[in-house]
Ligand binder design. Sequence first.
Ligand code: NAG
Length: 371
Amino acid sequence: MDVSVCRLWTLLATLLTVMVTCSRAVHHQNDPDAMGLAPDIYNEGPLKADLFTVYSAALRGHRHHRLSLAKVKSSELKLPQDPPRPLLIAAPTTAGKYPVVLFQHGYTMRNTYYSQLLNHIASHGFIVVAPQMYLWAGSDATGEIAAAASVLDWFPAGLKGALSHRVPAVEPDLTRTAVMGHSRGGKEVFGLVTGVCNTSLKISAVVGLDPVDGTGVGHQTIPPILKNSPHSLNLKIPTLITGAGLGPVGRFLFPACAPKGVSHDNFFSDSAAPAVHFVASEYGHMDYMDDDCPGAQGWMSFCLCKNGPSREPMRRFSAGIVVAFLQASLMQDSSQLSTALFNPSSAPLKLETPEIYGSLAEITNGVRASV
Ligand SMILES: *[C@@H]1O[C@H](CO)[C@@H](O)[C@H](O)[C@H]1NC(C)=O
């Protein structure tokens, strides 16, 4: 057979394999009954959460983010002060004052792909605010860090008003604010707490869900966060790092989504006490996201990275461990984090032995010592 025809067939066969594998991944569902016995943090919490978007006339240029909003209620609000980016907010509907978490999505992803994760966290009594960054961006993350800082700076002026349209009895407690990000979003929140861009709001805890600082050792993207020197990121606030065991595994011809040398292991070893680290061995870099992610980026999230058998266990675990960590670092209650650390078999999936620098007491002391 002619060589070029042969190549064509090989290419077609590869494409077909990719498509079949990906469509299978998209439609794989997990058995919900298997999750019924997990401790409370790994299930939705006691509060009903509302999920809604906030944008304004000034942000009409950002309509792209509405494409995937079929499942999210969307309301255009008239606010005295516009948020600097369109926001997806998950908040409890029960009256009360709740701590606030800024959430930065992963590279080229949509904030709405994280609706299940954010809802789960909010149902345990947190207000989670996820701005939409640029859909396509270059390798330099400085602009996104600045945008994240401007959203935090907007909180005191605008967050209460934005909430009042949907959950009027709910108030943000800005003395208890944490930042959290997935993948490149994890790098961005580390940019905030290391002073790449400063904010007027005090940040009391930081969470990196599979944070990624570049494409490999020696290829950190701008601004580099990791120093690859133990405990060199002396943040003086509690740190949670999670990792997916399959992150460093490449898929087809694509590079790994969370390459060794610039990912969660490195973020944890560069962190100073108090810091905790949880790694789910059998899950992938994108398994934090929704089962259903419409649009091209959503398809990519299933295809470009090596994934676990289904997303639900990883998502429930991650939301749960974030809740446990925030309860400790923002609410002085370390009971759930203690169980997660010292009894890892309580998690709904297989974990490597969890690690801690410093003590649980240092994690719960943070907010109290500073107010
Ligand atoms: C942010 O604040 C820190 C500590 O005060 C300082 O070292 C750093 O240069 C500041 N960053 C910027 C961009 O101003």
